[in-house]
Write a protein that binds this ligand. Structure first.
Ligand code: G3I
Ligand code: 9MR
Length: 576
């Protein structure tokens, strides 16, 4: 069922109304469960503090016991230092609202089982991007209570001295409008836009029927394009302007010199610059526009020639990168905003080549697409903004008909990575594939990008465990975590309330802009010096602060929401 606009907004308001305003430091005695519940066929796991009795019950809305069972044996999760026991409710499949009861601890928060359990979540996670659009006013029809005037038109952007070329000397004015604000700040960064946009394109490519029916109340809704595609185009239109047409190089970012204050977009009026062309920006740009040209070609009727233009831009950025293979981002002295600096470029070369191979079929891209990892790079099991090799595998894995050998090689890589994740999931007392070192800035997105990889392995092999482990990743971000909190604003009975997100701080509305995954526990606590409040605890999985000061654990970001969009859709489509 497709929620109509009033229903969508009303449902979000209900979810928000239920959210508690404050959290205990951490919920040591809480039963930890996905607060948005489960699909009927989902693997349904909850975590119970080990101090509780040995059996669990599940009660329906009338209080009737509908399932009973033994808890798993107690074990301590090293990431939290807390001992837990597992309750497996998978046998329960009937739609309804339930609670888990265990003697010795309070009942769990109520949660549903529903064939539509993640529909509103997926819609909300995409609509978060709409709320972060630069250069557009959002009226109440689109943004509900979070309506706001336009900010950052970016129609007069200056070329920074670090980005100057003969035809575009420092101070040249260019237009680079639209796009999404990166995060809680208002700047636009090519590197981070790459993985974010690609992940949404992959979601559309893999689950088109789901997104064709997911109506989102966007400004463009009703124009004949799927709304996910409409939202993604807002950023692609911007991204395409970040190339210097004179040489094919791509600016690393479009930014103020310093971060804006905690004000609404229209109140942030500092001059904006495009800064330094880099190899990483050129390659991420090439990969993303090549992917867009392939995935969105079917919509060219609305914009004749667009895919061809994107592909030509992608190939010219690739040529620039080949000619300038090691231009790393070096923050100019007068620029203080986010860096997205990345000194390892072998994965960006591999990803861009993979996308260009898939988009063009040209043999020249095969070797660089399959090039081995550079010596000394850490082998990653999931993608992130600085390590994008797996994105190329995801694309090539889908090219079995046109590029069978490349597809087979990519499939092997994906399954190997997913098997590492699966082994960790199976061994983890918390049923999560996270390793201790994975609790970094944006750890919640590490969890969900692991989910993306597990979903790929399930799509390749059909082996059920991969999907169950992906479900666990989503469960973790929605409440089955040691803080018993939903890390998605506006979703869940007890969710993040104070993200480091300028509009959420400045709009005078108590509830944060909904649909955002916050960064999550990060024992690095790099923001402690800027926070008066203290983190809940030091342990990796407890190191979270629901305070707007906490950019290192409670910011939001476009690259973090993208795997949420992907995994929520994947489970809705693949789970039966
Ligand atoms: O690479 C090392 C790794 O080897 C080490 O094990 C690990 C241990 O902490 O640190 C790794 O480096 C971290 C790096 O991210 C890569 O994950 C740094 O400590 C950490 O400070 C760095 O954080 C980045 C942060 O900006 C600060 O630069 C985040 O990934 C990145 O998501 C974040 O992005 C910001 C933008 O700059 C501005 N806009 C908001 C956005 C989100 O906060
Ligand atoms: O608001 C900024 C956030 O978007 C960035 O992710 C973060 C790290 O680069 O920096 C934030 O800005 C802070 C700055 O780094 C230090 N002084 C306080 C700023 C937040 O109010």
């Amino acid at each position: 069922m497709i929620p109509s606009r009033p229903r969508l907004l009303a449902a979000c308001a209900l979810l928000l109304g239920a959210a508690e305003a404050t959290h205990a430091a951490h919920a040591a005695d809480a039963i930890q469960v996905n607060q948005l519940g489960f699909l009927p066929g989902s693997r349904k796991l909850a975590m119970v503090p080990a101090t509780a009795a040995g059996r669990f019950q599940v009660k329906d809305a009338a209080g009737k016991v509908v399932l009973e069972g033994p808890l798993g044996k107690a074990a301590t999760w090293d990431a939290s230092g807390l001992a837990v026991r597992t309750a497996d409710l998978s046998a329960l499949r009937a739609a309804g609202t339930y609670r888990i009861a265990v003697a010795g601890v309070p009942d769990s928060t109520p949660f549903p089982i529903s064939p539509d359990a993640y529909r509103l979540l997926d819609a909300g996670a995409i609509r978060a991007y709409t709320h972060n659009r630069a250069g557009i006013a959002l009226d109440a029809r689109v943004a509900g209570a979070w309506a706001r005037p336009a900010g950052h038109p970016d129609d007069r952007v200056l070329v920074h001295p670090s980005a100057a070329s003969a035809k575009r000397p420092a101070g040249t004015v260019i237009a680079s409008p639209k796009g999404w604000y990166d995060a809680g700040d208002y700047n636009k960064y090519v590197v981070n836009s790459g993985i974010s946009t690609y992940t949404l394109l992959a979601a559309y490519e893999h689950f088109p029927a789901w997104f064709d029916k997911l109506a989102l109340d966007l400004p463009e809704s009703g124009n004949g394009l799927p709304d996910l595609v409409n939202e993604t185009l807002w950023n692609l239109d911007w991204l395409a302007t970040m190339q210097d047409p004179g040489d094919g190089g791509v600016y690393h970012k479009l930014t103020n010199l310093s971060f804006d204050g905690m004000v609404m977009p229209d109140k942030a009026t500092a001059p904006r610059y495009v800064v330094q062309k880099t190899t990483a920006a050129a390659l991420d740009f090439a990969a993303t526009l090549a992917a867009a040209s392939r995935v969105l070609a079917r919509f060219d009727g609305k914009a004749p020639g667009r895919s061809q233009r994107w592909l030509a831009q992608a190939e010219s950025a690739w040529r620039w990168a080949v000619a300038h293979p090691a231009v790393r981002y070096r923050q100019p002295a007068d620029v203080k905003t986010g860096e997205y600096g990345d000194d390892k470029l072998d994965d960006e070369f591999a990803w861009a080549a993979a996308e260009l191979l898939a988009a063009t079929g040209k043999a020249e891209y095969r070797d660089p697409a399959q090039a081995a990892q550079a010596a000394g790079s850490a082998r990653k099991t999931e993608p992130d903004w600085g390590d994008v090799r797996a994105l190329g595998w995801i694309t090539l894995a889908g090219q079995q008909e046109r590029l069978p050998e490349d597809a087979a090689a990519a499939r092997r890589q994906i399954v190997a990575a997913a098997d590492t994740l699966l082994a960790r999931w199976q061994a983890s007392p918390y049923r999560l594939a996270m390793a201790g070192k994975d609790f970094i800035w944006g750890s919640n997105a590490v969890v969900l990008n692991q989910g993306v990889m597990l979903v790929q392995a399930y799509r390749i092999t059909g082996k059920r465990d991969y999907l169950d482990a992906a479900q666990s990743a989503l469960d973790y971000t929605l409440g089955r975590n040691p803080l018993a909190v939903s890390y998605v604003t506006g979703f869940g009975t007890r969710s993040a309330m104070h993200p480091h997100h300028r509009p959420s701080v400045a709009d005078g509305i108590a509830a944060p802009v909904p649909g955002w995954l916050v960064g999550g526990p990060n024992p690095g606590q790099q923001d402690a010096k800027d926070c008066k409040a203290a983190y809940a605890a030091q342990a990796p999985a407890l190191s979270w602060l629901d305070d707007a000061c906490s950019y290192a654990s409670n910011e939001v970001a476009i690259n973090w929401n993208a795997p949420l969009v992907y995994v929520a859709a994947a489970l809705q489509v693949l789970e039966r």
